[in-house]
Design a binder for this molecule. Structure first.
Ligand code: AMP
Ligand code: GLY
Length: 421
């Protein structure tokens, strides 16, 4: 079989390696992939948003199955275009991907179907938004409606800060057109949990839970990033909570999308906050999380390709999706300065890995056959073990052996989880 994976980050590297475990897989094309992915797939220099080129490539290279991993191509309709060209693929179509593509849509969906989330108002008029702030409770959360690389969320502690955030998004358009519409919502507190779920619109199977570490610095300080590390499972997420989320959030969301004639087939990501009033949805993503995928897939026992094909075919109910016990940890090794300015082009030396460890490369390219840094998040050092403390220790031992100039990683990935355990 020839597979094609759209995307080029650590998440895609983890997906590709997992897909390769199926002996029927011959060739895996990564569009565009990256210098590290090149060790496990044939990288093709086609951008993840270049949908016509993606479709042409799939057709001309007899791709049997495609996986669209990032948000942009999903929201732009990559799955619709591939399907129209007769290429079977995994991922929601454009109508369903709007659950991530528009926060105004997803908030409205939750309100109409009674799915627990933060109270909110939506604004397309800046003056109305500024007036609303006068009476709102602080702190308050201001979100750009559309995709903003996971950075379109600002938490304001006081009124001047809130006003600045609204103006920055709506007038200065710091997140581009995403700021034409903003959602202003209640500030919630509690531990965060990420739950990815496979769904074909009839069946929904949650994967093992995880915990992201979004801030750049230790102790959850510093700016928000795309994610500096993850652990799975998330110890805050008890079996009781899992049952409750299934009934109050996951299945109602799947059914709501069906009722809206936007059946979601793919990986639905629930970003949850466990508030004193119960679990609430912070955000939906229409795809695998990054770097959640890097800790969830190592714990998946069932063949990934079988699951993804069943989701695409609407036969997920026939697959026994199983996870092994134990835990996993991913420590993201970044370029010092990320998510702000950073330098690239430094040679990378990688340690050996074994059956329980992995290096998922995100921001690296090949230069004369040697791997050099090319991005903010350079790679994830991943380890799986019987217990969370052992997984954390092994992931850190691996991260410590990764060498490149200006390498930076948080020292406390998993610390809070270990305290709960
Ligand atoms: P998002 O891009 O929606 O995942 O938001 C990024 C981060 O902002 C989340 O992971 C939370 O830590 C925080 N956040 C978002 N919405 C809220 C909220 N309503 N209350 C408190 N924190 C929030
Ligand atoms: N780790 C958060 C995300 O993938 O959006």
């Amino acid at each position: 079989m020839n597979l094609m994976v759209i995307g080029g980050g650590g998440r895609e590297h983890a997906i590709i390696k997992k897909l390769r475990e199926n002996p029927a897989v011959e060739t895996v094309y990564a569009l565009p992939g990256n210098g590290g992915i090149a060790a496990d797939a044939t990288c093709v220099d086609i951008g993840a948003k270049d949908i016509p080129a993606i479709v042409d490539f799939a057709v001309s290279h007899s791709v049997d199955f495609a996986v669209v991993a990032p948000d942009d191509p999903l929201v732009l309709g990559a799955v619709d275009a591939l399907t129209a060209a007769g290429v079977p693929c995994f991922g929601p179509d454009r109508r369903a991907a709007v659950i991530e593509g528009s926060k105004a849509f997803s908030k409205d969906l939750m309100r109409r179907y009674g799915i627990p989330t933060a109270r909110y108002e939506t604004f397309t008029d800046m003056d109305a938004a500024l007036r609303y702030l006068e009476t709102a409770r602080l702190p308050i959360v201001i979100k750009a409606d559309g995709l903003a690389l996971g950075k379109g969320v600002m938490i304001a502690r006081d009124l001047p800060e809130a006003r600045r955030a609204v103006r920055a998004m709506m007038a200065e358009r710091i997140f581009g057109e995403s700021g034409a519409c903003v959602v202003i919502e209640e500030f919630l507190t509690g531990p965060e949990v990420s739950v990815l779920a496979f769904t074909d619109g009839n069946t929904l199977v949650p994967m093992v839970s995880s915990m992201d570490h979004k801030r750049a610095r230790d102790g959850d300080e510093g700016p928000n990033t795309g994610g500096m590390g993850t652990i799975a499972p998330n110890p805050y997420y008890t079996e009781e909570l899992a049952r409750r989320c299934m009934e109050e959030i996951f299945l109602p969301t799947m059914r709501a999308m069906n009722s809206e004639n936007r059946t979601f087939r793919g990986c639905l990501y629930f970003g949850l906050m466990l508030t004193p009033d119960g679990p609430k949805v912070i955000e939906y993503n229409c795809r695998f999380g990054d770097p959640e995928t890097q800790v969830v897939l190592p714990l998946l026992e069932t063949d990934l390709l079988t699951i993804l094909q069943a989701v695409a075919n609407g036969t997920l109910a026939d697959v026994d999706v199983r996870f092994r016990g134990g835990a996993a940890c991913c420590v993201v090794v970044a370029s010092e300065g990320y998510p702000g300015r950073y330098e690239t082009g430094y040679p990378i030396t990688l340690p050996e890995t074994d059956a329980d460890t992995a290096l998922d490369i995100a921001g690296a390219r090949l230069e004369d056959g040697a791997l050099v840094t090319s991005g903010g998040r350079v790679l994830g050092a991943v380890a799986r073990a019987e217990t969370l403390p052992a997984a954390v220790e092994r992931a850190y031992a691996l991260a410590a052996q990764v060498r490149f100039e200006n390498a930076y990683y948080r020292r406390d990935i998993g610390r809070r989880a270990l305290e709960v355990e």
